[in-house]
Design a protein around this ligand. Structure first.
Ligand code: M6R
Length: 370
């Protein structure tokens, strides 16, 4: 039951920290080495993997996009992310050394199930990342790594998304460990940083909710929103945009910040709300400056700018009308905190509009038809 919360979605967003902690638990040993014996794929087989293809739909596909940045960096093998419904119709290149990763909260998404059947027919191994024990997708896969987010009832996926990111990261770090593409110390440090994330997510919930709500209240008349991000902030922008269209019925578009000048900037007119995911300013990250200039450009055209940025960022305050602050963390882990205010923002917009946040119109929790 809702346990005192106004909606399942509200409850489930507040379970983001637990979803991350529970998905991590038991998957590393006392030294910080990854332990994924439960997957029942031998280290030898993992060592042979030379390509990953993620198949998924909706929010799960955005978790896959986040994973692409981390896994390619850590493991140095290509990671393709493909919408499951597009996958089998284009004759994808699959070999026994390809690992297909099917990500699904429900485990019953027909598009993803059909795609994984196709991959197996072509002789590739399929690993499911799934939140629902005994559902069709893990049953039909060669192996499974469960996310432990607990049951997700609201149609809009929230806690499952952060859990999916964690599961793909565990897989990536494990691959790096067996293939030797990272130093053990680096892996241990990353595991420690992951372990430190639940309290950071909690901090965002505790300190940013009010600002988010106030911002939502000011934006009720907005007819559309643009979301932009770069690097791992790009899939977060897509996810923030999806949340808002799903439950607040607002027209949104999410895109990579670098695309702005290739078209979308034409949409910016005075008052247009633009949500921007800003990378860390530490280490003089070049991406930070580029995203700051994107804010500057939309601001100069009169946009109302809402930034998600790291505490201590010295530049964002100059161009952003509102900032949702995130605690410092490694760049690759920032989606785990950055998505939280965007989940809350969609929830607040829908609630303030008097909409049914748990059961938005026209949508089903799991899409069991192709
Ligand atoms: O159960 P699945 O993870 O396979 O579902 C995939 C999508 O249908 C799902 O993420 C959908 O996009 C959500 N409603 C997003 O909030």
């Amino acid at each position: 039951e809702k346990g005192g919360w106004d909606s399942f979605m509200d409850k489930e967003i507040h379970e983001d920290p637990a979803a991350v902690a529970d998905t991590l638990r038991g998957r590393y040993d006392v030294n910080g080495d990854l332990d994924l014996d439960e997957v029942h794929i031998s280290p030898d087989v993992f060592r042979q993997i030379d390509k990953i293809i993620v198949i998924a739909c909706g929010t799960a596909s955005y978790a896959g996009l986040v994973a692409k940045y981390a896994i390619e960096h850590w493991v140095r093998i290509p990671v393709e992310v493909e919408l499951a419904h597009e996958f089998r119709y284009r004759d994808p290149i699959l070999t026994p050394r390809t690992l297909v990763v099917a990500i699904s909260q429900s485990g019953e998404t027909m598009d993803t199930l059909m795609a994984l059947r196709h991959a197996r027919e072509q002789g590739s191994r399929v690993l499911a990342i799934c939140n629902t024990r005994g559902s069709s997708i893990p049953r039909e896969s060669d192996a499974v790594l469960y996310t432990h987010a607990g049951p997700e009832i609201a149609v809009a996926s929230t806690k499952a998304f952060v859990a999916q990111i964690v599961a793909t990261y565990l897989l990536g770090l494990y691959l790096a460990q067996v293939k030797g593409t990272m130093y053990r110390d680096e892996i241990h440090q990353m595991v420690d940083s992951l372990k430190a994330m639940p309290p950071k997510i909690q901090q965002v919930l505790d300190t940013q909710s009010e600002t988010v709500r106030r911002t939502a209240a000011r934006m009720l008349e907005a007819r559309s929103f643009l979301f932009l991000g770069r690097h791992v902030g790009y899939p977060v922008a897509l996810e923030g945009a999806l949340k808002l269209k799903e439950i607040a019925y607002t027209f949104t578009e999410g895109f990579a910040a670098g695309e702005l000048k290739h078209g979308p900037i034409a949409l910016v007119e005075p008052g247009e709300p633009v949500v921007i995911i800003v990378p860390s300013s530490r280490g003089r990250d070049i991406l930070h400056n580029k995203v700051i200039s994107a804010i500057e450009e939309v601001k100069a055209r009169g946009a109302y700018t809402i930034a998600v940025a790291e505490e201590g960022d010295p530049d964002v305050g100059r161009y952003a009308d509102v900032v949702f602050w995130r605690p410092q963390c490694p760049t690759l882990l920032s989606p785990l905190v950055d998505v939280v205010p965007l989940q809350l923002f969609a929830l607040d917009m829908a609630e303030l509009k008097g909409l049914d946040v748990d059961k938005p119109r026209n949508l089903a929790k799991s899409v069991t038809v192709e």
